[in-house]
Design a protein around this ligand. Structure first.
Ligand SMILES: *[C@@H]1O[C@H](CO)[C@@H](O)[C@H](O)[C@H]1NC(C)=O
Ligand SMILES: *[C@@H]1O[C@H](CO)[C@@H](O)[C@H](O)[C@H]1NC(C)=O
Length: 142
């Protein structure tokens, strides 16, 4: 019985270690998750082309209320992500802008590891998870 307990205990230990290593790879600890959600207006598509210091992204178009996300390591708070973005307003005018979206050393404090951006009629907002409110980060050119 004693031996069996020891064996069972050792087996549990191996399981726990395997679980911890499997579910939390060391490199995954630093991941920052970045979301972009189109909340501009019903029937309005939002298109953007983003590049980052961690690599380039393709061009994407989001329907209203749809979301895109990516993840990267903001190692040493040095990661930057910038985008070219455009959409058409209700008068048929194209609204277009270029902006840095995520700046590692600025936004690490604002959104920690979960950075949710919202495209709106007046600009791009970021959910500040410390203050728990949306902040306008970039206003569309007039
Ligand atoms: C986008 O944001 C809106 C407003 O917060 C929310 O209702 C909607 O569920 C979000 N879309 C996704 C796909 O999460
Ligand atoms: C991203 O990189 C591609 C390929 O180099 C380039 O064509 C595109 O203009 C870049 N976009 C931005 C927003 O920098």
């Amino acid at each position: 019985m004693e031996t069996l307990n020891k064996v069972a205990c050792g087996f549990m230990f191996v399981l726990v270690v395997a679980f911890m290593c499997g579910s939390r790879p060391v490199s995954g600890l630093l991941n920052t998750y970045l979301y972009i959600n189109n909340t501009i207006a019903p029937n309005t598509d939002f298109t953007y082309d983003c590049n980052s210091t961690a690599g380039n992204f393709d061009e994407y178009t989001l329907n209203y209320m749809h979301e895109w996300h990516t993840k990267f390591e903001n190692f040493g708070a040095t990661t930057k992500l910038w985008c070219s973005m455009w959409w058409t307003d209700k008068n048929g005018r194209q609204v277009k802008g270029n902006s840095d979206i995520f700046i590692g050393n600025r936004d690490e404090e604002r959104c920690r590891y979960l950075c949710k951006y919202y495209a709106k009629v007046d600009g791009i907002y970021l959910h500040n998870s410390v203050k728990n409110k949306l902040e306008l980060m970039y206003a569309w050119p007039k």
